[in-house]
Ligand binder design. Structure first.
Ligand code: HEC
Length: 122
């Protein structure tokens, strides 16, 4: 009986360990998780259809995001894109500008932070 209980306990423990390992390893996927956020809250101004995208920054195209330099792979704190989306609603330069597009939720900001810190892979 004792052995059975032990086996059961270690099986439980193993399951728990496996689960946390999966959660840590799961990388943020740009196309699936980040792009829809940019599409909803940023494309309107930072796109290609406008003759001149706001701040000359296009967020609707991976190459442009990479070249613009507002995302520093591995360093969310040094990424001005992350700085802009985490500014207070009443602070100058907050993105998206207050009232223009749905602001990002805390979860969405965390997701972008994680994506940048994981290397901003596309
Ligand atoms: C309503 C239009 C509008 C929307 C929506 C918008 N932006 Fe902007 N964005 C601007 C304008 C205009 C500027 C230039 C003025 C400034 O720097 O604040 C700018 C500037 C920026 C800059 C700084 C560029 C620089 O030269 O330093 C970044 C980064 C940025 N936006 C990211 C975003 C992100 C990310 C989103 C979506 C979460 C977004 N923007 C949504 C209009 C917009």
């Amino acid at each position: 009986m004792k052995i059975l209980v032990k086996a059961f306990a270690s099986a439980l423990l193993l399951t728990a360990v496996n689960h946390s390992a999966v959660a840590v390893e799961k990388e943020v996927k740009f196309n699936k998780e980040i792009k829809p956020i940019l599409k909803r809250s940023c494309y309107m101004c930072h796109n290609s259809r406008k003759k001149k995208a706001a701040a000359n920054l296009r967020l609707d195209n991976v190459k442009s995001i990479e070249e613009a330099g507002f995302v520093v792979a591995g360093d969310s704190a040094g990424s001005s894109l992350y700085d802009r989306i985490t500014r207070a609603e009443d602070q100058k330069g907050v993105m998206p500008p207050t009232g223009k597009r749905p602001a990002l939720s805390t979860d969405e900001k965390e997701l972008i932070k994680k994506w940048i810190n994981e290397g901003a892979k596309f």
